[in-house]
Every structure is written in structure tokens, then in C-alpha cells.
Design a protein around this ligand. Structure first.
Ligand code: ASP
Length: 419
């Protein structure tokens, strides 16, 4: 009991398990008593869950802006930023390409869609994606108030870097502002801790609501696909990232996973990499000991551009749909899937279910019917939760590897100590 009172992580785990149980019970009960769905699921759980998500989202822009400006100011050598940027993006692309390749291979072996009858009554509407040139242009903000207001991560990251660089170039005269940001950073971190205390209630509400609304319908039909995606996601989490940490970073993967438990729980419950940024950043800096000037750049960038878990789902779903529609894919088409899924991962925003929308891009590229998405939609919510957890773990693993390659990038004492 004492352990439960003292450990927030334990409280969140208990909330999660209780949420699953309550959700399953509510799911069955609401058919008999419709008021349960109205007042308990939508009314009470829906409200509490939404408040929790809002509090997390509320933190994202202040955390990213303040932490990044602070981090850039602390860089003694500005050229370091370019090197960190190139290494990080390179590793983000590599891990995503690896994830989708494993997903394709596993799907070809397991054949989840063979013998599956496509349901032609269901359709999936897609909007045409903007051209690549527009995506690149949109990264550069023209009105930062607008970007802050809509929470557009990449423009905010670019503005924060330029702002921090300008402060560094001004030098001594910018010192009061640098001190101001250092102090603001402390305040924002306290704010994150404050919100985290609300997590047990928030997680319980979110999970109970999800399980009450989704239930296990559709799972029997799609069990093969569902468990295949799950298996590849766990492979990425427990084999690929540990291997990356050991081979490229010479870091202990057990410590890494143990210290990522809180962000993992947050990502799983919210199904949003973006809403999890404050918690991931806090764990990577305070528990894993990564320098703020590296993590404040790599974590928000990763939450926006690096979606290994999402690309795993997209790889499995593409093969599943091709098999269900009995369409043979050639080697070139498989390579095309890898290439497009990497791009789709960059273009997927870190919010719930977006991976399904960008899946349309992958399917179109290889000429598969986009309506096929409707077939996998039924079981996507739970997969979304797990893949979001994988997405943020990928960001953190790459961050640790990059940090370990820099002088003072990682405080090994902090990394190895459990508090
Ligand atoms: N929910 C995922 C994330 O936030 C994106 C997705 O795959 O839909 O990382």
C-alpha cells in the first residue's frame, strides 16, 4: 500500500489495469442500460479523459519552445547542432526503414490476408495530400503566433532554433534573456510534474472509455493481422532498439527500457506522440541523463517525424490488403512501400489514428484499393496505443545514441542511477 502511495508509475499501472477491467464491464453493460453509455462512458469518463489530454497538449508548445531555446543557448559550439541534426535524421530514417522492412517480411511469411473476404460495402474517404513542395514550405513559419496557436510542431522547432541561435550570436547582451529562459524552463518542468500527478485519473478514464467503446468486436476476424502487428511492434521495442543502443551507443538497454516506463504508459494511454512530448523529454533528460541541448531538439522532432510503430502497422496493413484483394506485389512495389512509408512516417502527425490516413498514401503509391483501410479500422485503436509507445521509444533510443556520441551528451551517472 505504501509503495502504491509513493510511486506514481505504480499508480498509473493500477489505473491502466482497472481501466481495462472497467471498460470491458461497461462495454457489455451499456447494451442493457443505455444510460451507462450516455452518463458514464461519454459523460464522466469522456470528460475526465478529455481534460487530461488537454492538460498534456497545453504543455506541449511551452515545453518545446522554452526547452529548445534554453538548449540552443547552452550549446557552446553552434556547428554541433548541424552534426546532431544530420545524425538524428539519418538514424530516424534508418530505424523507420528497418521497421517497415521487418513488417513486410513478417507479413509475407505469415500471410494475414490470405482467404480474407474484402467487405466491399465499407469505403474509406481520403483527402489528397498536399504536394511535397508545400509540405517543405509549411515547415517555415511566416507567423509564429499562428504556429503557436495551432501547435504546428516543425515551424515552432525552426523558430525556436533560430531564436536561440540569435541569442547566442548577440552574446553578453542577451544574457538576461538567457537567464530568463533558464528560469522559465524550471517553471515549465514543475508544470509538467503537476499535470503528471493527474495521470492516474486521466489514464483510468481514457482506457476505460476506449475499452467501453471499442470492445473486442472484429478481433476474431482480424486476429491474425492484429497479433502480427503486435508481434512486430514488440520485436522493434525489445530487439531492434536494444540492439541499436548496444551496437551504436554501448548503452545498457535494460536500464533504458526500465527508465522509459512512464513515457511508455503515457503514450499508450493517450495514443499521441505529441501529447507525450513533455513526459518523454522529462524522462530522457532527468532519468536517462541526456543533455537538454540535444534532447530538446531530438524529442519534439522525433515525435513529429519519426514513427517506426506507425510504419510497422502500414507495412502489415499493405500486405494484408493486397492479399485480401488477391493482388500480387512485385519486388519493386515492396521497395516502393518502404520508400513511401518512410515519407508517410515523416508526414504523420503525432496524434491518434493519423497513421491510418497516411496509409492511404502508401496504398495509392502501389495501386492498392484505398477502401481496404476500412477493413483494418475496427482493430486500429488498440494497435494505435501500442504503436505510439513504440514511436516515442524510437525517438528516445536514437536520442541516447546520438547523445552518447557527443562530449557531455549524456550523464552516465544519471543514466545508471535509479532514484
Ligand atoms: N498515434 C500515433 C502517434 O501519435 C500516430 C499514428 O500512428 O496514428 O504517434
Amino acid at each position: 500500500m505504501k509503495a502504491l502511495r509513493n510511486s506514481l508509475t505504480l499508480q498509473i499501472i493500477v489505473a491502466l489495469v482497472m481501466g481495462i477491467i472497467a471498460g470491458i464491464m461497461l462495454h457489455d453493460a451499456q447494451y442493457q442500460y443505455p444510460w451507462i453509455s450516455e452518463y458514464i462512458v461519454k459523460g464522466t469518463l469522456g470528460t475526465l479523459g478529455e481534460i487530461f489530454i488537454r492538460l498534456l497538449k497545453l504543455l506541449v508548445v511551452p515545453v518545446v519552445f522554452v526547452s529548445l531555446v534554453n538548449g540552443i543557448c547552452a550549446l557552446e559550439d553552434v556547428t554541433k547542432l548541424g552534426r546532431i541534426g544530420i545524425k538524428t535524421l539519418g538514424l530516424y530514417i534508418l530505424t523507420t526503414a528497418l521497421a517497415i522492412s521487418v513488417a513486410l517480411l513478417a507479413s509475407i511469411l505469415v500471410q494475414p490476408g490470405v482467404g480474407f473476404e474484402p467487405d466491399t460495402s465499407k469505403t474509406f474517404e481520403v483527402k489528397a495530400p498536399p504536394p511535397l513542395s508545400q509540405v517543405i514550405i509549411d515547415m517555415v513559419p511566416s507567423n509564429i503566433v499562428q504556429s503557436f496557436a495551432s501547435g504546428d510542431m516543425l515551424p515552432i522547432i525552426i523558430f525556436s532554433i533560430l531564436f536561440g541561435l540569435s541569442m547566442t550570436l548577440v552574446g553578453a547582451k542577451a544574457k538576461p534573456v538567457a537567464e530568463f529562459f533558464a528560469s522559465l524552463n524550471e517553471i515549465v518542468i514543475r508544470f509538467v510534474i503537476l499535470v503528471m500527478n493527474f495521470a492516474p485519473i486521466g489514464v483510468f478514464a481514457l482506457i476505460a472509455q476506449t475499452f467501453a467503446t471499442t470492445g473486442a468486436a472484429g478481433l476474431e476476424n482480424l486476429a491474425k493481422y492484429f497479433f502480427l502487428v503486435l508481434a512486430v511492434l514488440f520485436f522493434q521495442l525489445l530487439v531492434v532498439y536494444p540492439a541499436l543502443l548496444v551496437l551504436l551507443g554501448r548503452l545498457n538497454p535494460f536500464i533504458f527500457i526500465a527508465k522509459m516506463r512512464r513515457p511508455l504508459l503515457f503514450a499508450f494511454s493517450t495514443a499521441s506522440s505529441t501529447a507525450s512530448i513533455p513526459i518523454t523529454l522529462k524522462a530522457v533528460e532527468e532519468d536517462l541523463g541526456v543533455n537538454n541541448s540535444i534532447a530538446s531538439f531530438t524529442i519534439p522532432t522525433g515525435a513529429t517525424m519519426n514513427m517506426d510503430g506507425t510504419s510497422i502497422m502500414q507495412g502489415c496493413a499493405t500486405v494484408f490488403i493486397a492479399q485480401a484483394y488477391q493482388i500480387e506485389l512485385s519486388l519493386t512495389q515492396y521497395l516502393m512501400v518502404i520508400f513511401t512509408a518512410v515519407l508517410a512516417s515523416i508526414g504523420t502527425a503525432g496524434v491518434p489514428s493519423v497513421g491510418l490516413i497516411t496509409l492511404a498514401m502508401v496504398l495509392k503509391q502501389v495501386g492498392l484499393p484505398v477502401d481496404g483501410i476500412a477493413m483494418v479500422m475496427g482493430v486500429d485503436r488498440l494497435l494505435d496505443m501500442v504503436r505510439t509507445a513504440v514511436n516515442i521509444t524510437g525517438d528516445a533510443a536514437v536520442t541516447c545514441v546520438v547523445a552518447n556520441g557527443e562530449d557531455d551528451g549524456i550523464d552516465m551517472k544519471k543514466f545508471e542511477t535509479f532514484s
